[in-house]
Design a protein around this ligand. Sequence first.
Ligand code: FAD
Length: 415
Amino acid sequence: MKVAVIGAGASGLISAKVLSEKGINYDVFETGDQVGGTWIYSENTVDKHGLPVASSMYRDLRTNLPKEVMEFSEYHYDIENVSYITPSQVLDYLQSFCNEYNLKDNIKLEHLVTRVSRTDGGWLLTAKDLNHGTENTTFYDAVFICNGHYSLPNYPEVEVKEAFTGLSLHSHYYKTPDIFDNKIVLIIGMGPSAQDITFNIHPNSKQIYLSHHYTEEVKQLFPEDIIHKPDVKAIEGKTVYFEDDTNAEVDAILYCTGYKYSFPFLDESCGIKVYNNYVSPLYKQVFSITHPTMVFIGLPFRSFLFPMFEIQARCALNTLTGIVNLPPREEMLEDMKSWEKVQISRGYSENKFHMISDCIYQYFRDVEKVGNVTPPCPDMIFKLFYRAAKNRKSDLVKYRNEVFKIIDAENFIVK
Ligand code: FAD
């Protein structure tokens, strides 16, 4: 069996590791000139080949999760007395992981996957060698799609009466706070990036407006001089109109409005659709139901991701190697439809069908069960994650002072 892995970020690297553990022949394709994906901070928006830089890192970022839930099961950070770390520390971790398990020989850097199509019994993958300009097409029995989903900006639909004349950018392009010095800034969104960047630019900006639909409780977590507004209805020059019929004159708009799933290299024969940011038809958000030898690692969001990538990759591997069998197609489709119904009952539309914050534990246990993944992700990791999340909800700045230490598979302490 020969397997292709698309992307050498965290999800591609753990996929490579689990494939190599079982002695499976595999190639990893990575557009960039180093491994690590989104954790590679760059001040540029295009790379040396003229391609968009995939990473959305900004200079002052510190992780919003403790490193203890940002590692793979058998490899730990060599960092003491701090839990919330910098992008370069996460990058070091991933690059050392790659070296430790000798994954490099199988990784083709500066290779852009341009096309994947279905063929008899497998997949034809075309990749472009970015240094030589040559394209090669190779047959693979299975494909792991690990291309990340924090690269292609999503913008809200807003009526533009007259084009905005100030500085306008998406958080994907945000690098340093100085661009907002002395400016009246509107930040749209309330995800982790919106929250962090608000605090990052607050000291030197003139005024911040935060547009979101969160509760009073959330508003209390921000400095008092920040003005909270509902959704933006329309833009006219430098005037922004809000849903509550108020308006404001702003110098800059920062869109922290999320990202789009995108698989430009999958041709129609792959049978994968993305509708309103929902990728389907998939079983457990991992297996293509049409052709289960195509797997997606890392689609669910609002979880702790590195351990999730690992159980997904191990689950996929166990099905590919025949250790376990997937249910019949009809059963997988039924399961997918039930999942969609559950998400609808929670009040979500398609763009939140991959959000698993309401059921992280159940999701992990389901995937582990489908793939007979042993050992499962320890309960202790969930407890640590929820402890950190609770602390974050009470103070958006100080939560990063907390230091966790894992004692053993069942226990952690908070320093
Ligand atoms: P990526 O890291 O994006 O890697 C995908 C790789 O695929 C890239 O290297 C890309 O070049 C490559 N690729 C894409 N298309 C192709 C192609 N056609 N051919 C070849 N290669 C291709 N997670 C946390 O756990 N904690 C945090 O604190 C945290 N903070 C974050 C902050 C920001 C600003 C962002 C954007 C994300 C954050 N995340 C955080 C989520 C983070 O993205 C994940 O933790 C994880 O690193 C994603 O890994 P990935 O492998 O899925 O994707």
